[in-house]
Design a protein around this ligand. Structure first.
Ligand code: SF4
Ligand code: FES
Length: 282
């Protein structure tokens, strides 16, 4: 009985400590009523000299960096250029460097950042257009090179009566599901040290998408994808720095996709034996 009472007291103590931490966090949150937003400003087409402009932003609970930027744009300077759409980490358009780290502005709460100053800069490794907006053309070119769609010669889509069914087991789906969560936000591309030195390198997003379709049992374009990645600017340029996976907001883990695809190219794979056999019946 004494033991039980002891346990209950310990649990009560733990709960009280948790409550105190919550109260302290809320106090810290409400005590930070203003933040300084440093915004990188420059217009490439006018050859502007880059500068940083400061904006005082009143903080509200749960405010995101995108909310703060939109406050600055609505009430302080309407000329700030930002790209955004969904505000819910789905469209992938609000990527930028926040305090030096590639992040989605709509998915980064002010409360999770340290200090009273927040610095927003355009993503690295992308050509700059204006303020926080960068050019994604090359990024999407690399994505397209990987044939990011399912192709199957046996899909009789011309004749509806002969439509084929391509069944997959839950295990088949597991092989690529995680990689299909990519929203093409470019954060991994911006964080990649290899992309920074070789713009012909497809980058972690394109390579992990090549694996996503390669690992799909419904697809038969694997040779085309392997040819696209197995070159001197291709998959072997990855140094496995892992910075791509660290910044990915959707848990895709592009570095893992790259390693699994490398495993297939080299003819071995630990957990993908079944697919390896299907791809290479010899
Ligand atoms: S892999 Fe992650 S970080 Fe890279 S583009 Fe896709 S969602 Fe963004
Ligand atoms: S606005 Fe769509 S991901 Fe941020």
């Amino acid at each position: 009985m004494n033991q039980i009472i002891k346990k209950i007291r310990m649990l009560e103590k733990k709960n009280n400590q948790k409550d105190m931490t919550k109260i302290n966090n809320t106090k810290a949150e409400t005590s930070r009523q203003m933040v300084v937003l440093n915004v990188y400003r420059a217009n490439t087409h006018r050859n502007d000299l880059p500068r940083v402009e400061k904006f005082q932003i009143p903080v509200q609970r749960w405010m995101t960096v995108l909310d703060a930027l939109l406050f600055a744009k609505s009430y302080l300077d309407s000329s700030i250029a930002i790209r955004y759409s969904c505000r819910m980490a789905s469209c992938g358009s609000c990527g930028m460097k926040i305090n030096g780290v590639p992040k989605l502005a709509c998915y980064t709460k002010i409360s999770e950042l340290q200090g009273n100053t927040i610095t927003c800069e355009p993503l690295s490794n992308f050509p700059h257009i204006r303020d926080l907006v960068t050019d994604f053309s090359q990024f999407f070119e690399h994505h397209k090179e990987m044939a990011p769609f399912i192709h199957n010669n046996n899909a009789d889509i011309k004749d509806e009566n002969k439509l084929s069914e391509f069944k997959q087991t839950p295990q088949d789906v597991d092989n690529y599901l995680q990689f299909s969560y990519c929203i093409k936000c470019g954060l991994c591309y911006s964080a990649c040290p290899t992309v920074a030195t070789d713009t012909k390198f497809p980058g972690p997003q394109a390579l992990s998408q090549a694996y996503r379709y390669y690992a799909d049992t419904r697809d038969d374009l694997s040779n085309r994808r392997l040819n696209a990645v197995d070159g001197k600017h291709g998959i072997w340029r990855c140094h496995f720095a892992g910075s791509c996976s660290k910044v990915c907001p959707k848990g895709v883990d592009p570095a893992l996709g790259i390693q699994l695809l490398r495993g297939h190219i080299m003819g071995y794979s630990r957990n993908e034996n079944k697919i390896a056999k299907l791809r290479d019946p010899t």
